[in-house]
Design a protein around this ligand. Structure first.
Ligand code: I3S
Length: 128
């Protein structure tokens, strides 16, 4: 919506719906499980909540808690190589803790904005 696009002007406070799967957890490979997640970039944290019944919810409300939070400090972000996924527009996010995620959107402007925001965030918080 227009409202979300307005919020998205500030890279440290970005939100939207993305397709997400973990591929590695604590350095160990895990089975892919692509899910549509309401995703919020807040400072150096990236928060995911599962979409509920097609509607998105806000973490600040009582209805939803973050399902999963990633600390971006010391992490890395890059476009995923073809062998990581058959999908288009896939970002590979690696955390310092040894978690690897794939993040995808069918809409290339959307994923390009996320790529930029995540890169900026990681660069900004690199030495913390
Ligand atoms: O990397 P993979 O194993 O080819 O990933 C695919 C599988 O996870 C598949 O599920 P199961 O094989 O567990 O049933 C998913 O449905 C696909 O989406 C995965 O591949 P993509 O290329 O979509 O990331």
């Amino acid at each position: 919506s227009t409202y979300l696009l307005d919020l998205n002007d500030k890279p440290s406070e970005k939100c939207g719906v993305l397709n997400v799967t973990k591929i590695t957890e604590n350095g160990k490979k895990v089975r892919k499980n692509w899910t549509s997640s309401w995703t919020v970039l807040q400072g150096s944290s990236l928060l995911f909540a599962k979409g509920q019944g097609g509607s998105t919810s806000w973490f600040g409300s009582n209805q939803s808690k973050p399902e999963f939070t990633v600390d971006l400090r010391g992490g890395s972000v890059d476009w995923a190589s073809k062998d990581k996924s058959s999908k288009k527009h896939v970002i590979e996010l690696k955390t310092r803790q040894g978690t690897e995620l794939l993040i995808q959107s069918e809409i290339d402007s959307v994923i390009n904005d996320w790529f930029r925001a995540l890169t900026e965030t990681i660069n900004t918080h690199a030495w913390e």
